[in-house]
Write a protein that binds this ligand. Structure first.
Ligand SMILES: [Zn+2]
Length: 208
């Protein structure tokens, strides 16, 4: 009786990526990305970095999950309400892709990150919702000497800009208008401390 061997073809997670001839999966695996903000935009960015197989992610956000986040945050569930956004996001990212590393920092980015922490990354992706948070990330990026991508979303529009301290091009701070400075300064006293003024809810939907 003739014997025969069935050769099982093992598929791997990134097989469809490898079919793209210019794709470098190992570059993504070795990349270190700092995601500032785990809100609506941060959720989308973290989900996509996990799907792509970006090997090392750090996410920083001071906030906790609220019921109003559930219309536009793919990583959050009703059972997560009250928990730190970064911790929930970290767990969901690892469910999407257990092959990557993700570190969660539950802190205000103004005080929770040192220059050394920032310098350990290749790029920062800003998923922020205020001029001051963007100003802080811009300062950190330029001190650490790494580029950053600034994302912003409105009701039906989005904005992306790129800032690189290794070029002579304008930085984010250069683009802040007098009106934006005024808005930013309303949140600060002479000592630079946050004034106790209520947050204004912004109209938003799920980012596409
Ligand atoms: Zn500048």
């Amino acid at each position: 009786m003739d014997s025969f061997v069935i050769t099982e073809v093992q598929e791997s997670r990134y097989d469809r990526h490898h079919l793209i001839d210019w794709w470098e999966q190992n570059t993504l695996k070795g990349s270190k990305v700092l995601v500032a903000g785990a809100g609506a935009l941060g959720n989308e960015v973290l989900k996509n970095l996990a799907l792509l197989g970006v090997g090392n992610i750090t996410v920083i956000d001071f906030d906790t999950v609220s019921v109003t986040n559930l219309t536009r945050s793919v990583l959050f569930r009703e059972s997560d309400i009250g928990l730190p956004k970064v911790e929930v996001a970290r767990q969901r990212v690892l469910e999407i892709n257990p092959e990557i590393q993700i570190q969660a920092i539950h802190s205000d980015l103004e005080f929770g990150l040192g220059i050394g922490d920032v310098r350990a990354h290749d790029v920062i992706i800003g998923c922020l919702d205020s001029v001051n948070a963007r100003y802080c990330i811009n300062q950190l990026a330029y001190r650490a000497g790494i580029p950053w991508i600034n994302g912003g979303i409105g009701v039906a529009e989005g904005e992306v800009s790129f800032f690189d301290p290794n070029t002579e091009a304008a930085c984010y701070e250069c683009s802040i208008s007098n009106q934006m400075w005024e808005r930013r300064n309303q949140r600060y006293s002479c000592q630079g401390l946050k004034r106790n003024i209520p947050d204004v809810a912004m109209p938003t939907t799920a980012p596409a």
